[in-house]
Ligand binder design. Structure first.
Ligand code: ACO
Ligand code: LMR
Length: 264
């Protein structure tokens, strides 16, 4: 029989050995000729399958809506300071990306994990939120520095509107909305944020598309694919901030003394 030399790497998402590279078995020429978009490419390279158009459109909307949020947020601030320190594009980009985490942009996976678990266990919003409080864990996907009950995040509304029109079911999102109704009754800043909206809606996408087994959904949520959406999206804005600072020939940034409370 054939003897196969042992390999050091296993790869299942792409292949460049043929006449043209393939993403999950789909050749480049099909991607171009059939008018695939970036949502389709993400489907192939992350989920290893072609997803229905409403799913790839939803992915593209997430990317567009999270691409930037002005110069004052953690990621853009770090990128701007780094670019102004004379560093290159990659350094400025990763400096911003490194702020993405449990408080900023990187709460999508945990929001999906906790909402999924609470919904599947049939917890009421009260039981879920108060249970988290007892454990000393902030509810991922809830809360915002500037958004309020009377000044909601437009991105959340846009995502919800798209899903209500296009998804076969939005049960996880509706659960997240019920959680928000409860948290807003406690404090006006405890809105469903964009991480929570994407986390809950992606659960609906995975469950409602009929393209994933229960085991695959569990694996996606457990591994944590969804923060990747924010990382990818925000890279667009962070690259833009780097070019902006270079174009404006901004000098080295130094924070003003007046804005620091020096104390013992
Ligand atoms: N769950 C429960 N309670 C919360 C939450 C939450 N998610 N967020 C804030 N609170 C409570 C705080 O405990 C605090 O109450 P306390 O003073 O009695 O302890 C009160 O609300 C005010 O909290 P602050 O710390 O002032 O809120 P802040 O504006 O600093 O925090 C943040 C904003 C970091 C987004 C916070 O709400 C949070 O940690 N949320 C969960 C993580 C998350 O979803 N991050 C993504 C945000 S969206 C984005 O980055 C694109
Ligand atoms: C963002 O997308 O960067 C914002 O939601 C964060 C913020 O604090 O405004």
């Amino acid at each position: 029989g054939k003897v196969r030399a042992p390999t050091h790497i296993i790869s299942t998402i792409s292949d460049d050995r043929g006449e043209e590279p393939c993403y999950a078995g789909v050749p480049m020429s099909s991607i171009v000729e059939q008018g695939y978009g970036v949502g389709d490419v993400i489907s192939l390279l992350w989920f290893k399958r072609s997803l229905p158009r409403y799913c790839t459109h939803f992915i593209e909307i997430c990317i567009m809506l999270c691409a930037d949020h002005g110069p004052c947020v953690s990621g853009a601030h770090n990128t701007i300071v780094t670019a102004r320190a004379g560093k290159d594009l990659v350094s400025s980009l990763v400096s911003g990306l490194l702020t993405i985490g449990p408080r900023f942009g990187g709460a999508i996976d945990d929001a999906a994990r906790y909402f999924k678990d609470a919904y599947n266990r049939g917890l009421t919003p009260y039981e879920f939120v108060e249970g988290m409080k007892k454990k000393g864990i902030r509810v991922p996907g809830i809360g915002h520095r500037i958004k309020r009950g009377d000044n909601r995040d437009k991105r959340v509304e846009l995502l919800q509107r798209f899903a209500r029109t296009n998804f076969p079911s939005v049960k996880y999102m509706e659960y997240a909305v019920q959680v928000e109704t409860y948290t807003l009754s406690k404090a006006n800043n405890l809105v469903l944020n964009v991480d929570g909206a994407i986390g809950s809606l992606f659960l609906d996408l995975l469950a409602g598309s009929g393209m994933f087994t229960k085991q695959e959904i569990d694996e996606i949520v457990e591994i944590g694919y969804l923060n990747g959406l924010f990382v990818l999206a925000r890279s667009i804005g962070l690259i833009g901030h780097t070019f902006d600072q270079k174009r404006l020939k901004q000098p080295l940034y130094r924070h003003p003394w007046e804005d620091v409370l020096y104390t013992k």
